[in-house]
Ligand binder design. Sequence first.
Ligand code: AMP
Ligand code: MG
Length: 327
Amino acid sequence: MAICLGIESTAHTFGVGIVEDGKVIVNIIDSYKTKKGGMIPFKVADHHVDMCDKVIKKALNKAKIKLKDIDIIAYSQGPGIGHCLRIGAQAARTLSLKLKKPIVPVNHCIAHLEIGSLEKAKDPVLLYASGANTQIIAYEAGKYRIFGETLDMGVGNFLDSFARDLKIGFPGGPVIEKLAKKGKKYIEVPYSVKGMDVSFSGLYTNLKHKINKYKKEDLCYSTQETIFAMLIEVSERAMAHLGKKELLLGGGVACNSRLQEMCRIMCKERKAKCFIPKKEFLIDNGAMIAHLGLKKYKANPKKNTISIEKSVIKPYERTDDVIVNWR
Ligand code: AMP
Ligand code: MG
């Protein structure tokens, strides 16, 4: 039996998860929040420094585990905000030195996909819809490959920017979802799918001109229907071309009930399975880092662990940069 402690710190969330042989024992997060503006990197990093000890202690207490019981330490290596990643990596190094335990680096986007195995997804196409990331990812020929992605902003960042213009607060996604439920009239807005990729900047500009001319509820409804249809179109095309029969959701935007409903309908129509993890595993969390860290360690302890000197961060790491040797 092996116990892995995973640390997540790519953006607003500092998370610690503890996993024992494929079972999540505990999953604690603390996220940076602000009433005004967005994420200022050094302020988020300060939050992570403040919370680091507390979140680790809370996780250990809740799991009724002592530090010395941890066998492996995993951390989110990238992609993400450098300031934030650095805090998680530093915590991993400190724990590794103190406990004399190995470190396993983990790619954040792949962790979102791998946590799907808790739901019994075997070989899914992942629709990863978060703040900064919007990607369609699946395994093919030795790597997790990106079959489609946003050409400009992430879908969550788009929703947050639109919400800021509507003056309805941050994060915008959940408020837009609430308003959209009250919307009745579909207003034509740009639908932008280019091959397997999606784009939101044209729609964003178009909406700026519509804000004072239409009801907020109708704009939110029309926006959601349009952007989710774009995401479903590319996800479905990836499933069709790859011959895969499973769709998995990941990322904060995947908490949206209308997006979930549209995914279920698409999967039902093509006789595929739709996996929607619990909210705690959809959003950024430490359990998914621990889960993949443990998987990597078990598959190849030598190749998948790194020395303290090499435990750097990779803010720009791409999903398809990673050689997959654990499947
Ligand atoms: P992440 O980057 O994965 O942590 O997700 C954060 C993003 O998810 C933010 O842009 C939020 O606005 C968005 N989000 C959270 N909940 C919802 C929701 N119910 N509907 C749409 N977007 C959401
Ligand atoms: Mg994420």
